[in-house]
Design a protein around this ligand. Structure first.
Ligand SMILES: *Cc1c(COP(=O)(O)O)cnc(C)c1O
Length: 344
């Protein structure tokens, strides 16, 4: 794969652990379950954007940028990790955020990721839901260039080929870890939104010729994400790696039944998943991404999707800082796992 020819600014504190989830495995009578702890990258409460930002910040520094600009929702984990990465790299940071979730509690406006963005000293520009955030970010960049500054704009979720290199690298890390454990990984399940994570994994595993099935759990209620974003991004990432566009060893599937009413909006299945994993593994998920991703994994296990002797990895993409923005959802009564999980 030769990733050393790309610029990279180290942000992960080390290899993230790949560990068994025996408590959950027993409760669900499932296949062998492991979790890849990318919630433990070590940057500002962790998460999957850290790996992508290593390559994005590397590129920004190579271009002699003095400021990172990026976009997201008000409670964006990507914005929070970008703000922290900027401080590590000695860059300024401007966040173009939109109110893309119809929740307007004080905790949602001020706590969670927003609190951390402020602590890292990022400039925060809040726009109404439905705003064209990339156009606003580009306009801000133009304005800054006019004032003699050197901004570098990172797209939504750092989901562009440069960012996806971070997950091609993660695929390599996972293969090494699985080999050390004497396991072959049959499936990897993870939440998917802007697509850079699953696209990078697909490109990385494929270039290693590692036959794995990647299952992305859509959290956006965007049924066309695979064709519209993920497949093109896989092809662009493979091209950046100097490889043929089509996948040969890897299969990618997107499941569409967990997004519920939409991005950032709670479902009963998500709440069950968050409390079940907290109580069986002592691991924190989040309401927007990893909680719905885990709900997807639980639902596939219950539906008998995996062979009993197969090995399934859940990629934990982080996000627990957002729990504090959703505090009313996790009061004591609400956090009790519902018995009947078929109701939405
Ligand atoms: C951004 C994010 C995702 C989705 O990753 P994409 O690369 O955008 O598909 C999943 N989980 C968490 C916690 C995230 O912040």
């Amino acid at each position: 794969m030769n990733l050393s020819r790309f610029h990279r600014f180290p942000l992960c504190l080390g290899t993230t652990p790949l560990v068994p989830m025996t408590g959950l495995e027993q409760r669900l009578k499932g296949p062998r379950l492991l979790v890849k702890r990318d919630d433990c990258t070590g940057l500002a409460t962790g998460g999957n954007k850290t790996r992508k930002l290593e390559f994005a910040v590397g590129e920004a520094l190579a271009q002699d940028a003095d400021t990172l600009i990026t976009v997201g929702g008000l409670q964006s984990n990507h914005a929070r990790q970008t703000a922290a990465a900027a401080t590590r790299a000695g860059l300024a940071c401007e966040l173009v955020l939109s109110r893309n979730v119809p929740i307007d509690t004080q905790t949602y406006r001020e706590n969670g990721n927003v609190l951390l963005d402020r602590l890292f000293g990022a400039g925060i520009h809040v726009h109404p839901g439905g705003s064209d955030r990339m156009a606003l970010a580009d306009a801000l960049a133009a304005e800054m260039r006019g004032a003699g500054r050197r901004p570098y704009v990172i797209p939504l979720g750092a989901s562009y080929p440069v960012g996806s290199l971070g997950y091609a690298k993660a695929a390599l890390e996972l293969v090494v870890q699985a080999n050390e454990l004497g396991l072959s990984l049959d499936y990897l399940v993870t939440a998917t939104s802007s697509g850079g994570t699953i696209a990078g994994l697909a490109a990385g595993f494929d270039s290693l010729g590692y036959p794995i099935q990647l299952i992305g759990v859509d959290v956006d209620a965007k049924p066309d994400a695979k064709d519209a974003t993920i497949t093109p991004l896989i092809e662009q990432t493979k091209a950046l790696l100097g490889q043929s566009a089509k996948l040969s060893a890897v299969r990618v599937e997107i499941v569409l039944d967990q997004a519920g009413p939409g991005y950032g909006l709670p479902t009963a299945e998500m709440r069950e998943a968050v409390s079940l994993v907290a109580r069986s593994e002592g691991i924190l998920l989040d309401p927007v991404y990893s909680g719905k991703g885990m709900a997807g994994l639980i639902s596939l296990i219950r539906a008998g999707r995996f062979e009993r002797d197969s090995t399934v990895v859940f990629l934990h993409t982080g996000g627990s800082a957002a729990l504090f923005a959703y505090q009313p959802l996790f009061t004591e009564e609400a956090a009790v796992a519902p018995k009947n999980t078929s109701s939405g």
